[in-house]
Write a protein that binds this ligand. Structure first.
Ligand code: ATP
Ligand code: MG
Length: 631
């Protein structure tokens, strides 16, 4: 057995011993009494009886050894500001924020909703919450008042922390009026609102409710606010899924299990060393932002970059210039962002010295082979795909080079990580599929590892009903993703279970067809959906964004490219997978986290209502697609 296989095996067969060892990676106020309590499946209680604090592990723990080293590097190409906070400075700011929240009535177990742009104050607010045992509920700053109102009602926060505005492309995007509107729409009213004033947009303050951070900060400038030691199972936060397949689900996470899971992943998977710099291009509104902008890197004693701005402004070299300047060793981004860069001048990738970078991790959506190759060749750095979910909090499938150096396979996010008992099952019978190259649903047999969601916020029943299935003797969690495992044990994600299409009796993942289409040199991005068909049951319909549109001036040119693309699919997958049409669009409809909204594309392609679009970013692409079918 190889080293990783042994490591993985131990994590399942000697679960308690394995995780007791990982638990040493963090500070405990009192050590855990029990490692894994799985007496009430599917609820796994990790490290019960132990007390700890996330903020302590992220900040205070490092003061003695590296208090004067960089902890948080807040960079905005929107406001042209760059500020580095050392661990000492971060500690002071977080205490000021924690003292302010306390003064506004926030106590242990209370919720604080954070609706903020990517500015340092947002990090202070998150860390301040976990410091005092309050739960944060970060709502992505791009959401409009309706989505925000429903999240206010779900979280029922005592206090909301926000700002005057975000900024996009150099223009202020007001937050405060949206927040006011959301509060008036919501049933629940927070008792106070704490506002960072960036001076971007004028604000109307509501007397008695609204407080300025600058004032509160001044008032609590020298306050000491010790960490509240909470049980490992005390919830640290709630966070919504991206809403790609439907209405977003409210994920609740614990404290001790999460801290251990992140510390372990920083060591075994990301291989970040204390004193180095980590750069994740995500947003604190998403799980990657929680785990790998804020908590993971800080727990590991690394400096973390918080970046506000576009990947293409002032030009598409901006990220790599930051890698050079801050000697970033570990970087984390998403395939969707890489595809944006792919459309830009490739010379910008070569302009900077990125030799400090050990690896670029990508997650969030399937990473197609052409995109992976392109970025890997352009940067000259290993690309490590990793597959996980808001629910899991950290990677489910990837490679753990900290345990054993393994090669990635293009198109595969990797192998099951320690702690995860990943299986493939038949979608209707639930029977386990053990052979190579069999397609099935990716499931995790309980107990799920530390860091995994505890439950759906305030809805245990929904948690069990949504995710879990009982098979004799055990319970399994469904990822709702459709996958395949090759003979070497590497998994390939073929799409969401909802996205599997059935063409004349053949089961095809939309992902396979997308992968094939994107190998055409002029395709930048593509989405494939199944559309009802009288004859075949379903047919594949492709929507492609082309790189160079200059030749696509008339129907004949479009038909020619369409034919070329169909030929590529025929050659790679066979005629059965050939899309009925390849339609050319200027952009694909996406969630605000950058995921393709296939269910909405499919609905409008079939003339149906697209459903919950609260997390959709720009509505224009969906309108364009609708246009094809309304003629
Ligand atoms: P919702 O659950 O609300 O429909 P969502 O599933 O998009 O939204 P997230 O938790 O942000 O919400 O995303 C997790 C999903 O993203 C996974 O289930 C998978 O479908 C996809 N995904 C994430 N990383 C990868 C990856 N490396 N390769 C393929 N798919 C990935
Ligand atoms: Mg999901």
């Amino acid at each position: 057995m190889t080293r990783f296989a042994e490591f993985h095996d131990k994590s399942l067969t000697q679960r308690d011993a394995f995780w007791a060892e990982q638990a040493q990676l963090i500070d405990w106020h009192t050590p855990p009494q029990q490692i894994c309590d799985y007496s009430n499946p599917p609820f796994a209680r990790w490290f019960a009886g132990g007390t700890t604090n996330l903020c302590h592990n992220a900040v205070d723990r490092h003061l003695a050894a590296r208090g004067d080293q960089a902890a948080l590097i807040a960079i905005s190409t929107e406001t042209d500001t760059e500020r580095t906070y050392t661990f000492h400075e971060l500690h002071a700011e977080v205490q000021r924020m924690a003292a302010s929240l306390k003064a506004l009535g926030v106590g242990k177990g209370d919720r604080v909703l954070i609706y903020m742009p990517m500015i340092a104050e947002a990090a202070f607010a998150m860390l301040a919450c976990t410091r005092i045992g309050a739960l944060h509920s970060v709502v992505f700053g791009g959401f409009a008042s309706g989505s925000l109102a429903s999240r206010i009602d779900d979280a029922t926060p005592k206090v909301i922390v926000s700002a005057d505005a975000g900024s996009r492309g150099g223009k202020g995007v007001p937050y405060k009026p949206l927040l006011d509107e959301a509060i008036s729409l919501a049933q629940h009213k927070p008792s106070a609102v704490l506002l960072a004033d960036r001076g971007l947009v004028a604000m109307n303050l509501v007397a008695g409710r609204d407080h300025l951070w600058a004032d509160m900060r001044q008032k609590h400038l020298n306050d000491q606010m010790p960490c509240e030691w909470v049980d490992a199972t005390h919830p640290s936060y709630t966070l919504y899924t991206s809403g790609t397949t439907g209405k977003p689900k409210g994920v609740q996470r614990d404290t001790g299990g999460y801290a251990v899971a992140l510390a372990a992943s920083m060591k075994h998977i990301f291989m970040g060393q204390p004193g180095e710099t980590y750069f994740s291009t995500s947003d604190i509104g998403w799980v990657v932002g929680h785990s790998y902008i804020i908590y993971g890197p800080l727990i590991a004693g690394m400096a973390t970059i918080m970046y506000e701005g576009l990947p293409t402004r002032p030009d598409a070299g901006i990220w790599w210039s930051l890698v050079e300047k801050y000697k970033v060793t570990v970087m984390f981004s998403a395939p969707t962002a890489v595809r944006v860069l792919k459309k830009q001048d490739p010379a910008l990738l070569k302009k900077y010295d990125v030799s400090s970078l050990r690896a670029l991790f990508l997650a969030g959506e399937p990473l197609d082979e052409p995109t992976a190759r392109w970025i890997s060749d352009s940067l000259g750095v290993p690309i490590i795909d990793n597959y996980w979910q808001t629910e899991s909090g950290w990677p489910i499938l990837t490679i753990a080079n900290g345990i054993e150096k393994k090669d990635s396979k293009f198109g595969s996010p990797g192998i099951p990580m320690y702690g995860y008992n990943v299986k493939l099952v038949h979608e209707s019978t639930g029977e386990e599929l053990t052979g190579a190259d069999e397609k099935g649903v990716v499931v995790i047999e309980g107990p799920t590892p530390p860091g995994f969601m505890q439950t759906v916020w305030q809805d245990d029943e929904r948690f069990v009903k949504t995710y879990w299935q009982s098979v004799p003797g055990k319970m399994v969690y469904s990822t709702f993703d459709w996958g395949i495992r090759d003979k070497d044990g590497y998994f390939y994600i073929l799409g969401r279970t909802d996205d599997v299409i059935n063409v004349a009796g053949h089961r095809l993942g939309t992902r396979e067809i997308e992968e094939s289409i994107s190998s055409h040199p002029n395709v930048a991005e593509v989405a494939v959906v199944g559309v009802a068909d009288n004859l075949k049951g379903q047919v594949a319909m492709a929507f492609a964004v082309v790189k160079d549109t200059s030749g696509l001036t008339d129907d004949a040119a479009r038909a020619k490219l369409e034919g070329e693309i169909m030929k590529v699919v025929d050659g790679q997958l066979g005629a059965v997978a050939r899309p009925a049409r390849v339609l050319f669009v200027t952009a694909l409809p996406k969630t605000r986290s950058g995921k393709v909204l296939r269910r909405a594309i499919q609905a409008v392609s079939e003339g149906r209502d697209p459903g919950d679009l609260s997390t959709m970013d720009d509505p224009t692409p969906l309108t364009q697609i609708k246009g094809f079918f309304s003629a």
